[in-house]
Design a protein around this ligand. Structure first.
Ligand SMILES: CC(C)(COP(=O)(O)OP(=O)(O)OC[C@H]1O[C@@H](n2cnc3c(N)ncnc32)[C@H](O)[C@@H]1OP(=O)(O)O)[C@@H](O)C(=O)NCCC(=O)NCCS
Length: 165
């Protein structure tokens, strides 16, 4: 059974593992091993993840299968906008509805937010298929220098539909 919860500091090493395995799987066809290694050691450093978990304006959600952390989301709120900066599901747990469920959990964490925004690398066809299926539309393009490699990303956005209680 999959359970969703907010991450605690004690989850940091398990989250780091999810990020490391899923980053390899997602980006190794267009990023070098050294770029992936730099990202996982800098962007996913334990201190970075701990700071995010402790920050009030940031939601770090995890999905567990039994005791094991198998997916994570990082999202933060800025006025009425949620920005999803990470959504990673371990390859062996993809396509079971976990991505959708974690995204919904981020909407619940920020009940006043009206829109949600994120960036997807343009070669990440799985990520693009997922967000398009969920009704996200391209609003912009952006470039990021990832440890010497220029990545082109698609900025996507959609309104959040909330069920009237
Ligand atoms: C993108 C990602 C988060 C989706 O998570 P997931 O739990 O596998 O997705 P879900 O099971 O919730 O999928 C919901 C719907 O999205 C679409 N979708 C998901 N994965 C897809 C794929 N590989 N190909 C085509 N459509 C896909 C499907 O329509 C799916 O519904 P269905 O399975 O009933 O057909 C996951 O594949 C992942 O972690 N990828 C690597 C990291 C990444 O790309 N993150 C997003 C960019 S930062």
């Amino acid at each position: 059974m999959i359970t969703i919860s907010e991450a605690h500091l004690s989850d940091v090493s398990a989250i780091k593992n999810v990020l490391s395995v899923t980053w390899q799987d997602t980006y190794r066809s267009f990023l070098s091993d050294s770029a992936i290694e730099s990202v996982t050691s800098h962007w996913h450093a334990p201190q970075v993840l701990e700071n995010e978990i402790e920050r009030d304006s940031t939601f770090v959600g995890i999905a567990r299968s039994g005791k094991d952390v198998v997916a994570m989301i990082t999202a933060h709120e800025n006025e009425d906008l949620i920005f999803v900066s990470r959504l990673y599901v371990l390859p062996s747990f993809q396509r079971r509805g976990i991505g959708i469920t974690l995204l919904s959990a981020s909407y619940s964490a920020f009940p006043m937010a009206k829109r949600v925004k994120l960036e997807v690398e343009e070669q990440n066809l799985v990520g693009l298929a997922f967000y398009r299926k969920l009704g996200f539309a391209e609003v912009d393009r952006t470039e990021d220098d990832v440890f010497g490699i220029l990545l082109h990303s698609i900025v996507m956005e959609r309104e959040i539909e909330r069920n009237a209680a």
